[in-house]
Every structure is written in structure tokens, then in C-alpha cells.
Ligand binder design. Structure first.
Ligand code: GDP
Length: 388
């Protein structure tokens, strides 16, 4: 997992915290890359030897100030330094690379597509991106950066998972507090998804565990992906299932199993029809993966099978995979849906429209800049002479 830029680094840090807390073992190795020294120093969990400061000769550790062309240039010039940190990790032990970046800024926005291109040239493991779109209130330059980076990043990775800050923005909240919450949401959703692929086969009593190859196959084929989530609390103390099994009470058992199945199907619908990391029309998604996580007695094959069928109908896709991710001590049953190869995404079209307007505006201002400055500096009748 490689965090590029400030947002990318912070989110990788959060994934490490999630791994520590849940023991899910998602992150084999974590690297953070930045042009700003202060951002790297602010990280808590990424090992110091894996924090790479690039562009020191150009920007002296002060960042690129939302100039993503400079971000891309620096990444190209200093790619060997990034590779140096990746050389420390046992690449044969990773299933894939994941590059995380906010696409509205400079360093991550410009640098992550460059890194993706580099990694794809060197390694056979898939290279995925997790791109964060800026809020629409961030302004034209951030939107323009994101729109240009998005185009480039999609082309360079095996799949671009997208999270749209705009869809998750809350009014009346400070930006920092807002990002805290948003980052938790990101880590929760992708944590369950990627964590599912780390479960040892044949360990828990799971009926059909998701394997990392199923995640990889769902992402294969490229394009843009989005993730849905829904959860429901289940009572941990309520061991009715176990007791009734001891009692051999078949009617209780079948009722429970029906409840479990119904709960799962409704969670699948909620996850698909609720807020996605990148809001879009789910119809027309090319591939999907459904993961149900929770205590194994609250999961069953029938529920997942029904949820899978429903997803096939809704997306029109013939490639819908599904499985469970048993978490023994969880108080929740959660449904996570990865929709890969989505096409109908109004938010991207809107982002591009605003970006084009911003670009035109910037060009106009630049064109007029010389004239405007001259009008200011020169006196009307040209009576003054410059010193030299
Ligand atoms: P960089 O350091 O130049 O790559 O730029 P940043 O990562 O600071 O910011 C790029 C964009 O990422 C911003 O425009 C925001 O939309 C977004 N962003 C910044 N910090 C966070 C964060 O902590 N969480 C999330 N979700 N987005 C962030």
C-alpha cells in the first residue's frame, strides 16, 4: 500500500491502524511518498524508513502547492527513490499494489499515475489505484487537477477504485473533523473488502470464503470501481442458535435460518442502493463482488446466493461473485459490494464540465495578465521613465 501525497499518506496510516485493531493483515508493507516533509513527519504508523521525500532539489521539502504537473515531473525524476523503498518489501508476498491519493492536490494527483506506470512496467502483480475526488466546494483548480489526474490514473492502473469526498461532505463541520470521519468510512469499506481475501481457507466454519483471487478477478478488466456498504447490529450474547441446535429444535432452526437469509438479502439491497464510494448507476456494471462479514452463525450460503442473484438482475452482469468473511467476535453483520467497470457516473461528467470551465478561465486570465499588468504599471500619458 503506497500513499502518495498528504491524503494518501494519512489514509495508509489509517489502514495500518485498522490492521492493528482488527488483525486483518491487509497491509503487507506500507510506503508513503511526498514532496512535503511536514506531511511525512505527521504520519504515525508508516515506518520511517518507508517514508520517501521526493523533489528535494526542486521544492526543498515544501510541497508542490497543488501544481500536479510539477508533482508528475518530480515523481518521474525521483522514481528511483520511491523504487528504493519498494525494494525493501517482499513483493512476492503481496497480492497487488494499491496506490492511494487525493486527486485534487499536486503531489498525489500528479505522482500516482507516474508511479502506477512504473510499477506496471516492473512487476507482474496487479497495480490498483484508490483515487479520492475533491469536494465541489474546493474550487476550480482542485477540480481541474482531479479531472486530469483521473483520466491519466485510470489509464495506468489495472483498476481505479474511487471515493468521492463530495458525496460524503457534511455541512457545518471543520475540514479536519470531516476528513477524520471520511477516512474512517474509506478504511471500513475497503478494509472489509480487502480483509475478506486474507482469511485462511478452511479455518473458520465459513461456508464459502472469498479468496483474494476473486477480488483480483472482479477488478480484472480494468476501468472504474465503486463500493457499497450496509451493516446491522446482531446480538452477540444471544446464543439462541447454539441452544436450539443443542435442543435439536428444527422449527427454531429453520426460522433462524430464514431470518438470517432475509437479513442478508436486505443488507445486500441496502448496500447496493445506498451511498456508494462513487455514486453511480449500478445498472451496466461489468462485474461485482459481494462480501458478507460477521459471526459465521449469522451468515449463510442461501442468503449470499439470493443476494448474488439480485445483484445480477440489478446490474445486468453475468459476473457477480460472492462469499463470506467470518469475523467471530463482531457485533455486526455487514455487506460490502464492489462494483467494477461502472460507466454511468454523472459525477465524473460534472467534474469534467467544471474542470473545462476552470481551464478556460485560467487561460483567459493568463492571456489578459500581461495587458492588465501593463495598464497598472504604466502611467496613462507615459510621462514617467523607469530607472533602468
Ligand atoms: P497533495 O499532498 O499535494 O497530494 O494534496 P493533498 O493530499 O493534501 O490534497 C489533495 C486532495 O485530497 C484535496 O483536495 C482533498 O480533496 C483531499 N484530501 C486531503 N486530505 C484528505 C483526507 O484526509 N481525507 C480525504 N478523504 N481526502 C483528503
Amino acid at each position: 500500500m503506497i500513499g502518495f501525497g498528504q491524503a494518501g499518506g494519512k489514509i495508509v496510516d489509517k489502514f495500518l491502524e485498522y490492521d492493528e485493531r482488527t488483525g486483518s493483515g491487509i497491509v503487507r508493507s506500507a510506503v508513503a511518498v511526498n514532496t512535503a516533509k511536514a506531511d511525512l513527519l505527521g504520519l504515525e504508523r508508516v515506518p520511517e524508513e518507508n517514508r520517501v521525500l521526493i523533489g528535494q532539489a526542486r521544492v526543498k521539502g515544501h510541497g508542490v502547492g497543488a501544481d500536479n504537473e510539477l508533482g508528475a515531473e518530480i515523481a518521474e525524476e525521483d522514481i528511483d527513490e520511491v523504487q528504493g523503498a519498494i525494494d525493501n518489501i517482499p513483493v512476492h508476498e503481496v497480492d497487488a499494489f494499491l496506490i492511494i491519493a487525493g486527486l485534487g492536490g499536486g503531489t498525489g494527483s500528479g505522482g500516482s499515475p507516474v508511479l502506477a506506470k512504473h510499477l506496471k512496467r516492473i512487476y507482474t502483480e496487479p497495480v490498483y489505484g484508490l483515487g479520492i475526488l475533491p469536494g465541489s466546494d474546493e474550487g476550480g483548480i482542485y477540480t481541474l487537477n482531479a479531472a486530469r489526474s483521473f483520466q491519466t490514473f485510470v489509464r495506468e492502473v489495472d483498476n481505479l477504485l474511487v471515493f468521492d469526498n463530495d458525496a460524503w461532505r457534511k455541512t457545518g463541520e471543520s475540514m479536519e473533523a470531516g476528513y477524520e470521519e471520511i477516512n474512517d468510512e474509506i478504511v471500513k469499506r475497503f478494509g472489509i473488502l480487502f480483509g475478506a481475501g486474507e482469511v485462511e481457507q478452511g479455518g473458520e466454519v465459513a461456508e464459502s470464503v472469498v479468496d483474494s483471487s476473486e477480488i483480483i478477478n472482479t477488478l480484472a478488466g480494468g476501468g472504474v470501481s465503486t463500493v457499497g456498504y450496509a451493516a446491522e447490529e446482531v446480538n452477540l450474547d444471544d446464543d439462541g442458535g447454539l441452544l436450539s441446535r443443542f435442543r435439536g429444535d428444527d422449527s427454531t432452526n429453520s426460522m433462524e435460518s430464514a431470518n438470517t437469509t432475509n437479513r442478508i438479502t436486505s443488507l445486500v439491497r441496502k448496500a447496493a442502493l445506498g451511498r456508494l464510494t462513487l455514486p453511480c448507476e449500478i445498472e451496466g456494471s461489468e462485474r461485482a463482488l459481494l462480501v458478507l462479514s460477521g459471526p459465521s452463525r449469522h451468515l449463510n450460503r442461501k442468503g449470499i446466493e439470493r443476494g448474488r442473484k439480485w445483484l445480477e438482475e440489478q446490474t445486468g452482469s453475468m459476473e457477480v461473485r460472492g462469499g463470506d468473511y467470518p469475523v467471530a467476535d463482531s457485533g455486526y453483520v455487514a455487506s460490502v459490494i464492489l462494483l467494477s467497470g461502472v460507466h454511468n457516473v454523472p459525477r465524473i461528467k460534472e467534474l469534467q464540465q467544471v474542470a473545462i470551465e476552470a481551464q478556460d478561465n485560467i487561460d483567459d486570465i493568463r492571456d489578459e495578465s500581461e495587458e492588465n499588468l501593463e495598464a497598472l504599471v504604466e502611467d496613462d500619458e507615459d510621462e514617467l521613465d523607469p530607472l533602468f
